[in-house]
Design a protein. Structure first.
Lengths: 152, 68
């Protein structure tokens, strides 16, 4: 059992909970070890909490909660790096952006999911080359679509 | 910035393990081939910057804004 003080609370984790990102996460490549922490009980949202940098945690969610048939094609080199074969159990998360005070404007990054080999806990952020998946996938319909178009 | 002129099928070598080859030049587009060790991540810069931005955004979410 290990304890780390994060920006939310003190968390407790076991060695076998630690996810290893050998390449780090884009923009944060000095951090290689993370754990998944529930944001609230029963919530699909989790914090991908850095062990090395307690103030660093990314909000993530299983994209299938909001996106039907999310099945990105992973580059074979990435599958090899993660040791993923066809049948290997895995976890997939998308990073979540929520502008302060505007949960309705939440977006998921479907083009660079976090993929975890659930057997070995080896993990990576993977770039998906598929125009169907954007980095700012809006989850909730906009009340006023015209203003969205103007903003874009 | 170091500036070098290369022709198609010529390459540059960076350090010990990285090679960038000019494969094709067509109008304004240049196709490059990159040979690099596995632990060197190669990204299109604009893609890299967008991912960085979204990662940063995900690290700044306030717990009180997370939907129920």
């Amino acid at each position: 059992m290990k304890l780390t003080q994060t920006r939310f609370s003190t968390i407790e984790f076991e060695k076998e909970d630690v996810l290893t990102f050998s390449d780090g996460i884009i923009g944060f490549t000095d951090c290689h070890e993370f754990v998944l922490v529930n944001s609230k009980p029963e919530s699909p949202f989790r914090w991908l909490q850095s062990i090395e940098e307690p103030s660093l945690a990314f909000l993530v969610v299983d994209p299938s909660v909001y996106v039907e048939d999310y099945a990105p094609d992973m580059p074979t080199t990435t599958a090899d790096e993660l040791g993923l074969e066809q049948e290997t159990p895995r976890m997939v998360f998308a990073t979540v952006a929520i502008p302060p005070g505007k949960p309705e404007a939440m977006t998921l990054n479907l083009a660079a999911p976090i993929i975890i080999n659930a057997v070995t806990n080896v993990a990576a952020q993977v770039v998906i080359e598929d125009a169907a998946y954007t980095m700012k996938h809006r989850v909730f319909q906009e009340a006023n679509r015209v203003s969205q178009k103007t903003a874009a | 910035m170091l500036v070098l002129t290369r022709k198609v099928h010529q390459s540059i070598v960076i350090g010990d393990g990285i090679e960038v080859v000019v494969l094709e030049v067509r109008g304004e587009q240049v196709r490059l081939g990159i040979r690099a060790p596995k632990d060197v991540a190669v990204h299109r810069k604009e893609i890299y910057e967008q991912i960085l931005e979204e990662n940063r955004n995900a690290s700044l979410v306030r717990p009180e804004d997370i939907p129920e």
